[in-house]
Design a protein around this ligand. Structure first.
Ligand SMILES: *Cc1c(COP(=O)(O)O)cnc(C)c1O
Length: 383
């Protein structure tokens, strides 16, 4: 059936109809007073979302562009950085850093496990001559469904005193608490197709005062992603280059929706979706890939043992028109991932779980009584 496609992947995420309709208008001039007003309003609301008085800048780029901007604006070739790598996106931080000639030291954990904050502590305490310029972390590691303990790692960065803390919050912003100012985060990168409830195409970089100080002496070449130009323009409710005008119509509406819901309510909703999804998966006789204590609120990865992960995904797609994500790299074909980020409600999770249950039955999976997935999810939603 047409138009019944349901996205349960961790990005692009579903987009509300009011956002889609807002985008279905003629673009207006990006230098007009009307558009300037939109930029001003969006910028204020982005600060609200990031819980910051600092700058939040918009780039026409995917999330990776925002990450790259974070590297090239505040660091210089040869700078020593500590990079957390426990999945595809942590690995990407390392790749970007190396591409720009930084001296990268990785702190790794097995995919599916969280980064060990104590490993950061050890490195930072040993750095008595303060040669570490930045600690770079993926908060929610989307490839495995693991939430890293940013708060604890950040406390060690603060004890170090010199290093910047740079964060990929692409699948944590809007789903869990990332209070930029309270924690003193120096750079927070995110992307539109994740928690923002709008289509791909915008990257966001939030920048604190310590990062701006580093900007003054950072020497990596930059032009399109020179955040100084974005700050100057944003301060005047403008943008340095032509922004994706229609996407920003959508963002304006999406941010209003978020404000109407409220930050606490958004975090609670994502927590409930996560708990219900995990309970249901267990009820179905499968195991979530990441442990309960480190579960990402954006995505639940599952490694099935009795049925092929790819058979589950293709049946979900073919029979129910529900998209689940697969595994990346060495987890390709081994796991499937259920996204529950952004414009996702309890009804969506119940639908996806019911379809997953029917899929497992079709594929001959044994080990669960009929209805066990829905029963487990309902139990979470009951409270
Ligand atoms: C999606 C994602 C990104 C950005 O990916 P793009 O494809 O460049 O938008 C970065 N980090 C994490 C954790 C993500 O989930």
């Amino acid at each position: 059936m047409q138009d019944k496609h349901m996205l349960m992947i961790p990005g692009p995420t579903p987009v509300p109809e009011s956002v889609l309709l807002a985008m279905a208008k003629h673009p207006i001039g990006h230098r007009s007073g009307d558009f300037s007003q939109i930029i001003g309003e969006i910028t204020e609301n982005l600060k609200w979302l990031h819980q910051t008085q600092n700058d939040v800048l918009m780039l026409t780029a995917s999330g990776t562009g925002a990450m790259e901007a974070g590297i090239i604006n505040f660091l210089s070739a040869g700078d020593r950085v500590l990079v957390g790598n426990n999945g595809k996106f942590g690995e990407r931080w390392g790749k970007i850093s190396r591409a720009f000639g930084l001296e990268v030291e990785e702190i790794t954990a097995e995919w599916g496990k969280p980064l060990d904050p104590e490993a950061f502590k050890t490195k930072l305490e040993a750095d008595t001559d303060k040669s570490i310029k930045a600690v770079i972390i993926t908060h929610s590691e989307t490839s495995t469904g693991v939430l890293n303990d940013l708060q604890t790692i950040n406390s060690y960065v603060k004890a170090h005193g010199e290093a910047l803390i740079m964060v990929d919050a692409v699948t944590s912003l809007g789903a869990v608490n990332v209070p930029m100012d309270e924690w003193g985060l120096d750079m927070v990168a995110s992307g539109s197709q994740k928690g923002y409830m709008i289509p791909p195409g915008l990257g966001f970089v939030a920048v604190g005062s310590k990062a701006w100080k580093a900007y003054e002496t950072a020497t990596l070449p930059k032009f399109y992603l020179d955040l100084g130009a974005y700050k100057k323009a944003t301060d005047k409710s403008s943008s340095p280059f032509t922004p994706p005008v229609n996407l920003m119509y959508g963002l304006q509406v999406a941010l209003e929706m978020m404000k109407a819901e409220g930050l606490e309510a958004m975090f609670t909703r994502h927590q409930r979706l996560t708990q219900a999804t995990r309970a249901a998966v267990k009820g179905l006789g499968l195991s979530p890939f990441a442990a309960d204590e480190v579960a990402s609120y954006a995505v639940t990865a599952v490694m099935p043992s009795t049925v092929e992960a790819e058979a589950i995904r293709s049946t979900m797609k073919k029979e129910f028109d529900i998209a689940l994500a697969g595994g990346q790299d060495h987890l390709k074909g081994k796991i499937f991932r259920i996204g529950h980020l952004g414009f996702v409600s309890e009804r969506d999770v119940l639908t996806a779980i019911a379809a997953l249950e029917a899929t497992l039955q079709k594929l001959g999976h044994q080990g669960a009584t009929s209805g066990a997935g829905i029963a487990a999810a309902s139990q979470v939603f009951k409270s």
